[in-house]
Design a protein around this ligand. Structure first.
Ligand code: ADP
Length: 393
């Protein structure tokens, strides 16, 4: 009777031990699973953080960045890239053609896939606006040396290209402007040497033309020196309180003889305002505007200079003439270098085409604005603003 009981007890003990071990095993398994999930979660979090940081880094770059996967699909395009190409939608996982419809860029990517590296490729965009980009790119290789993706970086060269274009235009314009009076001078000198000097009447007429063109050359060179100084940003203003009325009176006195030759009356309506300005530069602005008013104004008319204090601690100064006026489509362009409404006529009047460009730069360097209003056929009014002097000054 004892043996069966002992056997039963032993069996029960074995079952109990087995169950205890199972429970323990399950418990350890659950702990391991939890730890593993925790680790996986941390890994995910670290990965998400890495991606977010990478995205923030790419988005803070001024250059456009494009990451393309092994299949030629877009993996990442940073903010600068989207702006450059005017893209407003999510283009991830699309091909270059699907996303951007640029065969030129697709060609550059194909070349990068062949060569594993490209540098200084030029890409011209016509949409959303005309831009020139420089593209550099490299393949990203995996441990087996296989291309896993490609990265392309886009630099916007548009500003440089525009500056280069403006410089070329400027050089061409200057050469042209210098060549015209110079060839006239040379032509008349030659004619004089060939015998015209023997006729006193012809000689004095030719000498007059030579003197007029030499004078034009001098004016042009003086204006060129001023424009190169103001455009280089090297111009230093000696700002100080300047009483406006004495400056306008002086400028009018300087131009009185020239105005009298066309019977133009100069009217000074400026009040006693104190400006925060460089007196020499202010005089130059007013002189250029006055000179134009007389050059282009009708004979027997008047030029009125007026001023008033306006909001923002500024003085608003205006120079009004009575002449042909300026067509609406040229109101902004006349401030460009060498822009003239009527090339032949304005050159005859001794214009260099630089006067208003100098005015614009000088007013801007004072922190002011310049613009023109016009009633074609009746006249024009040039306006500019200059800060008022601080009260205590
Ligand atoms: P310019 O030396 O030829 O006068 P500016 O830069 O001073 O050069 O002026 C540019 C052009 O703007 C002139 O050639 C002229 O066609 C036009 N312009 C300037 N001022 C006036 C004005 N007061 N009335 C009409 N046209 C003007």
């Amino acid at each position: 009777m004892v043996w069966p009981i002992l056997t039963l007890l032993a069996l029960a003990g074995a079952v109990a031990v087995h169950l205890w071990w199972r429970a323990r095993f399950k418990y350890s398994q659950a702990i391991c699973r939890n730890e593993l999930e925790g680790l996986r979660g941390e890994q995910h979090q670290a990965h998400d953080q890495f991606v977010a940081r990478q995205e923030a880094l790419f988005n803070s770059m001024a250059e456009g960045v494009l990451l393309i996967d092994r299949q030629g699909r877009i993996e990442l395009a940073n903010r600068a890239f989207l702006n450059l190409f005017g893209v407003k939608t999510d283009i991830r996982s699309l091909s270059i053609i699907e996303a951007l419809r640029s065969h030129e860029l697709a060609g550059i990517v194909a070349e990068l896939e062949r060569a594993n590296e490209i540098s200084q490729k030029e890409l011209k965009l016509s949409r959303p606006e005309e831009r020139w980009l420089e593209v550099n790119g490299a393949a990203i290789l995996d441990n087996n040396g296989q291309r896993s993706s490609s990265v392309l970086v886009f630099h916007d060269l548009s500003r440089l290209k525009k500056m280069e274009g403006a410089r070329k235009d400027f050089v061409a314009n200057v050469s042209h402007e210098l060549r015209t009076p110079l060839s006239l001078i040379m032509g008349y000198v030659e004619t004089l040497q060939d015998g015209a000097k023997d006729s006193p009447e012809t000689a004095s007429r030719f000498l007059e033309i030579i003197a007029r063109n030499a004078n034009r050359l001098q004016l042009l060179i003086e204006d060129l020196l001023v424009i190169s100084e103001v455009e280089s940003g090297r111009v230093t203003l000696s700002l100080q309180p300047v009483p406006l009325r004495p400056v306008t009176t002086k400028v009018m006195d300087d131009f009185r003889a020239k105005a009298a030759a066309k019977r133009i009356e100069l009217v000074n309506e400026t009040p006693d305002l104190s400006l925060w300005s460089d007196p020499g530069r202010l005089e130059q602005v007013l002189s250029n505007l006055m000179d134009n008013g007389i050059k282009y104004g009708d004979a027997d008319s008047a030029i009125v200079v007026a001023a008033q204090a306006i909001e923002g601690n500024l003085a608003h100064i205006s120079v009004e003439d009575h002449g042909p006026g300026i067509p609406a489509d040229a109101l902004e362009r006349i401030f460009e270098r060498f822009y003239r409404l009527d090339k032949a006529r304005t050159r005859d009047q001794g214009g260099t085409g630089l006067g208003l460009s100098i005015v614009k730069h000088l007013v801007h360097s004072h922190g002011g604005k310049v613009w023109v209003t016009s009633r074609p056929g009746e006249g024009s009014t040039f306006h500019f603003t200059i800060p008022l002097a601080p009260k205590q000054a």
